[in-house]
Structures are given as C-alpha cells and as structure tokens.
Design a protein around this ligand. Sequence first.
Ligand SMILES: Cc1ncc(COP(=O)(O)O)c(C=O)c1O
Length: 452
Amino acid sequence: MERITNFTKSNEYRARIHDLIPGGAHTYSRGDDQFPQLSPSAISHGKGAYLWDIDGNKYLDCPMGLTSVSLGHAYEPVLERVREELLRGVNFQRPSKIEGEMAEKFLALVPQHDMIKFAKNGSSVTTAAVKLARGFTGRKLIAFPGDHPFYSFDDWFIGKTACDKGVPEEFSALSVTYKGCDIESLRELFAKYPGQIAGVITEPERNACGNGCGCAHGQEAPKRFLQEAIALAHKEGALFIIDEMITGFKTHFPGTLVKYGVEPDLTTWGKGIANGFSFCALTGKKEVMELGGIRKTGTEKLFLISSTHGGETHAIAAGLATIDEFVKHNVVAHNHAIGDAFIAKNRTVIAKHGLESYVQVVPSNWMPLLTFKDKNGDVSNGLRTLVMQEMIARGVLFQGAFVPCFSHTREDVDFFAAALDESLEVFKRGLEDGYEKHLVGEAAKPVFRKIL
Ligand SMILES: Cc1ncc(COP(=O)(O)O)c(C=O)c1O
C-alpha cells in the first residue's frame, strides 16, 4: 500500500497551536497526546467517510468526529436543509418554529417520554438531568458507573476523575460511583447512602464494557441490568437517567431504551443525532421535566437549561434532516451490516497472522473495537499507538474503535483490513522486541491522568 510520510504542515501546526489554545484542541480526546507523533495534527476537510489533513493526505475515517458523524462528512441532504435554514436566520429573540417541529418529531421516536429540552453539548444535558434529579427528589447525591469513561465536562463528573484539580472536594463528595452493569454494586450504594441518592445515570450498553456482562457482545444482559436498576432506583426514591450520547442512533433507532423497552425517567442524547452538528437533547417524563417549566404559578422555579445558542436553527435543521435520512434509508441496518463485515474481515486478518491471543475484535456491530495486548496478556497502549502509527501511514485514521456511518462501504472495510494486514507485521515486531523500537515518539496517554 502507498505510505503517507509528509506531515510538514502538521508539524508546524503542532509546534505553534499549544501557545494559542490550551491543550491545542477543544476536546482532550482530540489532543496531540492521544496520537502518535507521525500523524496529522489538524484536518482540512472531510467528505463522506474520508478526511484530508493540512498536508493534503487522505484518510479513511474510523472515529467519525468522536462518533458524532453518523451519515458522513459534508453529507448533502443534511447540508441542503442547513443551507435553507441559514438563509432564514439562526437566532431570534423569541423561539423559532423549528424548535416545536423538532420537539414533536424527536418525542415521536421516544414513546417513553413526553417532553424535551435542547442544548449544544452532551455535557449540558447530562448535567441538566442531574439537576432535575436533585430538584425532583430534594436529595444531593448522584450515582454513576466509576468504570465508564465520560458523562460531562461539569464538576459533578470531573471531580470524580484523576483530573479533579479545580473542583472543591465538597462538590466531588456529592457524586458516588458503582460498577457498570453490576446490580449488586448499585444495591450496595443505596444501602450505604440510604435516602440520599437523587439519581442514577448510566450508558445503556458499551462496546468496551469489561465487566463480563456480555454487554459488548450484543447479549441481553444490559437489558436485565437496566430493568433491575430502574426498579431499584424507583424503590429507593431516586430517578433513573439513561445516557444515549454514544448509543443513540447507533445500537438502534433512536436508541437502546427503545430496543429494550425500558422506562428511564430521563434520557440524554447528542453526538450522532445531528450528523456532527451541535444539537443535543434531554427527554423525560412530564412530571420531572415540568420542573423546568414556567406554568406552575406559585411553585419554586428550577433553572434548567437556558443559553443564547440552545435553539440555534440550523443545528436543529441538521437534526431534522438526520432523522429523515435514518428513517428513509434504515441507516442503522446499513451501519450494523458494515460493523458485521468489519468484525468478520478483520478476524480473518488477525487469524492469518496467528495473533488471536494479542489482537482481538470486540464484536459490537454498532461500534466494533480492536484491542491490543502484550506478551503478558495486558492491554498495551504502546502497541495500540504503534498500530495507529502504521494505520495512519497507510491512510486510515484509527485509534481502536471503528464507528460505522452511512457513507462507509464494503470497499472501505476491505481497505481497512488491507491496512491492518500490513500493520500487523509491524505489531508482531513490536510484540517481540518492544513497541518503543518501532514507534516514533511516545505512546498515547490516558486523557484522565493526574500528572501531565
Ligand atoms: C456517554 C457520554 N455522555 C456525555 C458526553 C458529553 O458530551 P459532549 O462532549 O457533547 O459534551 C460524552 C462525550 O464523549 C459521552 O461519551
């Protein structure tokens, strides 16, 4: 395969951007410390399932904008709707009618819920759900799975990570953690803090769940957990929140809560629901959501989400067009078929190299994941970074997960597998004599680390 070797402009960009922007990016998981040195530092543009960096190198995109681009980059039917809306103006002193249109359309997809509130970031809607749970129950504590990677950039979540600098410990103490998919650990939490937990939040299923529940393997274990956890939370007087930020429009349409028919009080949505545009949502049961309303004269007001850009019209238009495309083309079925092909094809490649003990494909067809282990059987960030370096050199922007989108084709899966085939030759050498000998620069580092 052809090799990408020219990162001249990327290196220049990398050298100056950290003087201008702390972290060099607006998402830590997009940062330079998440990629090998031989990688693009900035993207020029994208089209469909492909990206071009500032040196003009072309890549097959695997992470698809932190999983947000569910149809494809610069996807024409979405752009068309956005352009129409842009010409009508994006921000007015009163709500725009498109807000009502979206509210009706989105709620029709979620039979469990009656009301919806929009925001620009997923973190804003998970934090809003936390606030509603506290406001509704009059309690302080929030429970989330401590082994899950991310729920919000706000203090209630960040204060419980290794990066708690800047968050007073009094705040952090108001969040408590349980083990994902583990009903007993949630039961223990309720026993430890009787009458104190306002709400429980969880992602409904994960492609990288390491808790032995079968979650990542498409089994029904998460359904049982969700049913039991919702019943437990309600018995204990707490609200239950499902965060569909990643699973929404991926595991099912619109998400896992409809696939399993479970009844959370609140659900948070974002990422893929507007094909990368900044449109997120909180849906919920009327009795809870109404707390953020202004009609109940004489009752105390709860300040829910209120922001200048929350109702930005073109992002909502992108969401409407995305929903239409998902319905019209059964996008989820396409994406799952791509995921299935990815799993089968890459397993064959791994077997050809006899590397089944070291490289594994987690078979979540909505977001398959490759894991890389060293000779001791431990997951190795260094070996993963080495594979990233080799895949990038062969025109594949890959960090471990493959996020199928409507623009990915079977040919793209074949292209990925061909790049993996060659990259595994280098992986084998890294496995034998250490990744450091073959990796230029340092291994990618965890986003949540105490010391830089
Ligand atoms: C499960 C989950 N919840 C919430 C968020 C926060 O979303 P945002 O980055 O849009 O604020 C993320 C982001 O990665 C997420 O993965």
